[in-house]
Ligand binder design. Structure first.
Ligand code: MN
Ligand code: MN
Length: 287
């Protein structure tokens, strides 16, 4: 429970922290903040401090659909994404908009494979799937790909979504980083583009760049704070890289490992929703 809460709160905190510097370069961040390490809002979305963006919002939408359906229900997830998109969200990725619009017009639950679907939007929202699928790796893989394909159908997005889900599941079950090394190694053995040592230096919303930045931060630091500060100060798609780094680091270090000043700053509505959902989603896993 502590690691699951740490993971979901870590996702939201990485989102809120990173959004301030999303689409900035590392050099611009250093010039403005020296080191960006406080949740202060702002950024291109002009957020209030502690507000989250599409990353956390889509994860909460996915979680709410599973809870309302009392288990896995892909159509309910698609409907929750529609409801979220129609609620005028603060931001939305291109592939997510396309995929959700496709569902509205055709009812289709899987977009066709497409080169432009290599963004990080499927991976960033998948955490509730992990919570509801702790009992089985096989189930986790199948469900992760099903929800991914609502908007993203791309071999690198698929591989990353599955690898990040598996890493998070192992962290929640064992609380150790060793299994994560193996999962990262096997991802890179199958798809060498994901190699991240030394860090290749790119930070776009392309899933390969995001995973490289997240892995570099997660594997080269020894605390939640160091991991997130390292990742978001690289800039680029900093809120999404921050969210995924926060998901992994939170699952490893637990709520106790998250700086109190960041927990206090997070939008209280989001904190409350995360506490409520986490317990219910873990219960689904027992079924
Ligand atoms: Mn975002
Ligand atoms: Mn982003």
């Amino acid at each position: 429970m502590d690691r699951a809460l740490g993971s979901f709160l870590g996702l939201a905190i990485g989102d809120a922290l990173g959004a301030t510097v999303e689409f900035m370069t590392a050099r611009e961040i250093a010039a403005q903040y020296q080191v960006h390490q406080e949740i202060i809002g702002g950024g291109w979305l002009r957020l209030k401090p502690g507000r989250v963006t599409d990353d956390t919002a889509m994860a909460l939408a996915l979680g709410s659909a599973l809870i309302a359906s009392d288990g896995w229900n892909l159509r309910a997830i698609a409907d929750a994404f529609v409801k979220w998109m129609r609620g005028n969200p603060v931001d939305i990725g291109n592939a997510c908009r396309r995929g959700i619009s496709n569902y509205i017009s055709t009812g289709g639950l899987s977009v066709p494979p497409a080169e432009e679907n290599g963004g990080n939007g499927a991976a960033m929202r998948n955490l509730p799937t992990v919570f509801a699928s702790l009992a089985s790796d096989e189930l986790l893989v199948r469900r992760s790909l099903e929800q991914a394909h609502l908007t993203h159908n791309h071999p690198q997005s698929d591989a990353a979504t599955v690898a990040l889900a598996r890493m998070t599941r192992r962290l929640l079950l064992d609380g150790e980083r060793a299994a994560c090394n193996q999962i990262a190694d096997s991802l890179i053995a199958r798809q060498p583009a994901f190699a991240f040592k030394p860090w290749p230096g790119q930070t776009s919303g392309y899933i390969v760049h995001t995973v490289q930045t997240v892995f570099d931060g997660f594997f080269s630091t020894g605390s939640f704070e160091d991991c997130l500060v390292r990742v978001v100060n690289r800039g680029g798609d900093a809120d999404t890289a921050g969210a995924l780094a926060g998901q992994l680091a939170g699952a490893l270090y637990g709520v106790q490992g998250i700086p109190a000043r960041w927990l206090k700053k997070l939008d209280p509505k989001v904190t409350t929703a995360i506490y409520l959902q986490t317990q219910k989603l873990l219960n689904l896993s027992e079924q």
